[in-house]
Design a protein around this ligand. Structure first.
Ligand code: SER
Length: 315
């Protein structure tokens, strides 16, 4: 197999901005093409691309002789509830276009992210198993559930080597997330360093599955590097690292910033959080391709503060 030529779709997002340098380290900077709706001003080759335009996508894939695609463009849970039509269009039509182009252009490997949002209020909340009741309550979750089965269908019907992870809430400092229900766990750090206080849009006791970005990037690279015969799941793998409540995150922050104050003003996102699991059983990922998280809550909080201090240039 020659060196992969990789296209990241939605490269300007929270995950794309961190996957790009990791993939460049793995395959070489010249092997990477980033696409998004807006120019990114990156050091990599870039294409402006709206993933709902299939012809434009096919042209980019052909122009750069792409062999591997990471399709990350989507509307997240909170934004999706406010704009269901657009969420359906981007999340479903976008994925369908990518899957079809992958088959037509004989793409060797596709990564597409799913989410804990596939689960719903009838799912067992603790240690949620891989195979369980899946009745999502949000448009975002509905598109992820349908998307998982579409991926599995393209694998079985067309032999497309598509791989997927059900990410927990992702915590990172380089690029902020946009429009998610787990975003509080990122905003809290910026507000703690700017104002020593944060008003959380979820209640104190809302436990959710979470993961620090270095673990998420490594999980993605490891899944994509795994031999195909090791993978028994072509819908999407449960993936787990941390589980904590806003109050637990605040208490961990207070160990390092004793004056930090947290208030709570739950809004419409509380109902979304209430419909999701508190913790995830990822034993299939561990068994099939050796997944193991590395970052603890304490280590993550310390690393986030160090990096955001530098970013904001505060003492
Ligand atoms: N972090 C996402 C959200 O909150 C879940 O995939 O929408």
């Amino acid at each position: 197999m020659s060196t992969p030529k990789v296209l990241i779709i939605g490269a300007g997002g929270q995950l794309g901005q961190e996957l790009a340098p990791a993939l460049a380290r793995q395959f070489g900077q010249e092997q990477l093409v980033l696409s998004d709706l807006k120019p990114l001003g990156s050091v990599y080759a870039e294409e402006l691309l709206d993933v709902t335009d299939k012809a434009a996508l096919a042209a980019v894939v052909q122009k750069h002789r792409i062999t591997h695609i990471y399709h990350l463009a989507a509307l997240l849970s909170a934004t999706g509830e406010k704009n269901p039509g657009l969420a359906w269009q981007i999340n479903m039509q976008g994925l369908l276009n990518v899957l079809d182009v992958c088959v037509e252009a004989k793409i060797e490997r596709l990564f597409w992210p799913s989410s804990i949002a596939v689960f719903g209020p009838t799912t067992p909340r603790h240690n949620t198993p891989q195979r369980t009741i899946i009745e999502p309550a949000t448009i975002y979750g509905i598109t992820k559930q349908a998307g998982e089965h579409l991926c599995d269908w393209y694998f079985r019907k067309h032999g497309l080597d598509v791989r997927s992870l059900r990410y927990p809430g992702l915590i990172s400092w380089k690029a902020e997330p946009g429009g998610g229900t787990t975003d509080y766990a990122v905003h809290i750090f910026f507000e703690a360093l700017r104002h020593n206080a944060y008003t959380c849009f979820l209640g104190a006791g809302s436990a959710l599955p979470m993961m620090y970005m270095p673990d998420a990037v490594r999980a993605t690279l490891e899944l994509m590097a795994a031999p195909a015969e090791k993978l028994s799941i072509r819908t999407s793998y449960n993936l787990s690292a941390l589980s904590f409540t806003p109050a637990e995150l605040a208490a961990t922050l207070q160990k390092l910033l004793p004056d930090f104050r947290m208030d709570y003003a739950p809004d419409f996102r509380q109902a979304i959080a209430d419909s999701w699991p508190a913790s995830i059983d990822d034993s299939e990922a561990r068994k099939d391709w050796g997944w193991q998280p590395e970052w603890s809550l304490d280590a993550m909080v310390q690393d986030m503060l160090t990096n955001i201090r530098q970013k904001l240039q505060v003492a």
